[in-house]
Design a binder for this molecule. Structure first.
Ligand SMILES: Cc1cc2nc3c(=O)[nH]c(=O)nc-3n(C[C@H](O)[C@H](O)[C@H](O)COP(=O)(O)OP(=O)(O)OC[C@H]3O[C@@H](n4cnc5c(N)ncnc54)[C@H](O)[C@@H]3O)c2cc1C
Length: 492
């Protein structure tokens, strides 16, 4: 941005949010250049609004000046969703973190975008309720960010992802309007589901300033089982066998041998170190039902190759099992200084074949790949271990990631299950959508954002990025935008 334009915009933004909450100091804005992906890019200005009206005025000022706007909540995006690749203004929601209403009679809550996912369930717990979507990052990520990515989590198998739990949104548009779509509506609302359209739009249509969500009574009982298998293939086949019986557990998670070693070293969850794979399974409901389903599930697990099935005997044991799974990504630090997380989906029945192919990629390339994932949904998270400071390794893992995503798409799946497309997978999106599909999506996006100023450089494939704005973390070579194209030559 030209310095004069930047200064003038900063002055106007400060008139809206106050001197303290809009800044362009090169040192201060460095904190906002990254998220949980390896990509980085510096914003020109960071703004921290305190109200929805302030957000709307900020968005209009930027749009009128033709400046890109990137929404950033807790920045736990693994897809580079918040990295401002075209610079401009980053809007962050640290001051908009209030639960505005809990309406337990209507099973609804209203929150600001900066409310941390887990904080909502913690606030609801004394009242006997909870908010269902539970990404493994739930202690850090926000409901606003979850809306941005349409986040999932272990319990989405039975209960669905974020879009199934959001009934309304208030959104600031580039026109400066603050519009409400949906609200505390009943399930069978009439008209287009615009809230459904905006959930998962990764900040490319508007900025979410208020969210109406469903809440749910806490399940009377949760029965959690750990089933131990000699290998991932047997465990994967057991997943399909369980679903075939007609039991739909609330969660079925899988961890392979390498993941188990990392998790045990970090959190001592009680997973057996000699296992080839473990499944973590959960059913919930009234005690009699949960007990019966738990027993039936344990039987199916044994009949399908489990060498051991352990049932958590109390809440402490249940929490220990979940602590291991939810801390799995961070536990990878025990195995490697760096790892690259993929997020592909395959039909459940394709799990054994896909995992075998991933194993073959690992053997061929020499990079260790851990698998810890939402097995019930077929939502894979292969983690490729590497050392970013060794020349060539980052480029190699990007190629591996690309190969894995192609594998998922070819198996009838998709290139993201929950992390979003963001910056990371904007070229891979071509594996599942044609140019015509993308054109239609872009037209819909431009109804909201005619000049493509909202989170530019994300979701849609592009011919290139402005090289001056796009860097990677120290040790990571820059992703070569000019080389991006369809097919196998995505990354150089
Ligand atoms: C250890 C770890 C485990 C994870 N586990 C899971 C998991 O189990 N399931 C899962 O789905 N994800 C998981 N993630 C990824 C991440 O936590 C989710 O994508 C989450 O939804 C991001 O929330 P956030 O608040 O950090 O949003 P951010 O990262 O800040 O933003 C995410 C996207 O939403 C947009 N956005 C943010 N706020 C707004 C807003 N107010 N209006 C419009 N757009 C907005 C951003 O522009 C960006 O595109 C994990 C990440 C980590 C690091």
């Amino acid at each position: 941005m030209e310095p004069v334009k930047l200064e003038s915009l900063l002055r106007q933004l400060r008139e809206v949010v106050g001197e303290r909450y809009a800044f362009a100091d090169p040192y201060e804005v460095r904190l906002y250049q990254y998220d949980a992906s390896p990509e980085t890019a510096l914003p020109d200005i960071v703004v921290i609004p305190g109200t929805a009206e302030e957000v709307a005025r900020v968005v209009k000022l930027c749009a009128d000046a033709g400046i890109p706007i990137t929404a950033r909540s807790a920045a736990s995006s693994l897809a580079g969703g918040t990295v401002p690749v075209e610079r401009g203004v980053v809007i962050t929601f640290a001051r908009m973190d209030q639960i505005l209403e809990i309406d337990s009679d209507n099973l609804r809550a209203v929150v600001q975008p900066g409310v941390v996912n887990l904080a909502l369930s913690q606030a609801l717990k004394p009242l006997g309720y909870y908010y269902v979507p539970d990404p493994s990052s739930q202690g850090a990520c926000t409901i606003g960010g979850n809306v941005g990515t349409n986040a999932g989590g272990p319990h989405t198998l039975l209960y669905g992802v974020t879009v199934n739990h959001v009934t309304g949104l208030e959104v600031a548009l580039p026109s400066g309007e603050l519009v409400q779509v949906g609200g505390k509506k009943a399930a069978e609302a009439t008209g287009y589901d615009l809230a459904g359209l905006l959930v998962g739009s990764e900040g490319t249509m508007g900025i979410v300033t208020r969210i109406w969500v469903k809440i749910q009574p806490l399940p009377p009982t949760q029965k959690t089982l750990m089933a131990v298998y000699p290998d991932v293939e047997t465990a994967s086949n057991a997943v399909s066998a369980i679903v075939r019986t007609g039991i739909l557990p609330a969660a079925i998670e899988m961890m392979d041998k390498l993941s188990i070693q990392a998790i045990e070293a970090a959190s001592h969850a009680g997973y057996p170190l000699d296992a080839g794979a473990v499944l973590l399974l959960e059913v919930d409901g009234i005690p009699e039902l949960a007990e019966e389903l738990g027993q039936r599930m344990a039987k199916v697990c044994r009949e399908n190759g489990a060498t051991e099935v352990r049932v958590a005997r109390n809440e402490a044991e249940r929490q220990a099992l979940w602590k291991g799974r939810k801390g799995a990504f961070s536990a990878m630090g025990r195995l490697s200084s760096d790892f690259y997380v993929m997020d592909g989906v395959v039909p459940r029945t394709k799990l054994p074949d896909t995992l075998a192919r991933i194993d073959a990629i690992s053997a061929r390339t020499g990079y260790r790949i851990c698998n810890v994932f939402h097995a019930g949904d077929g939502n894979l998270h292969p983690l490729v271990l590497f050392d970013a400071f060794k020349p060539g390794q980052y480029e190699a893992v990007l190629r591996i990631g690309d190969e894995i995503l192609k594998l998922c798409a070819d198996a009838g799946g998709s290139v993201t299950g929950e992390h979003g497309i963001g910056l990371e997978k904007r070229e891979n999106i071509r594996y599942v959508f044609s140019d015509d599909d993308l054109e239609v999506m872009d037209r819909i996006r431009r109804v909201f954002d005619p000049h493509r100023l909202m989170n530019p450089g994300k979701v849609f494939p592009s011919d290139g990025l402005a090289p001056s704005a796009h860097e990677t973390l120290p040790g990571y070579p820059r992703r070569q935008a000019a080389a991006i194209g369809a097919g196998d030559d995505l990354w150089v």
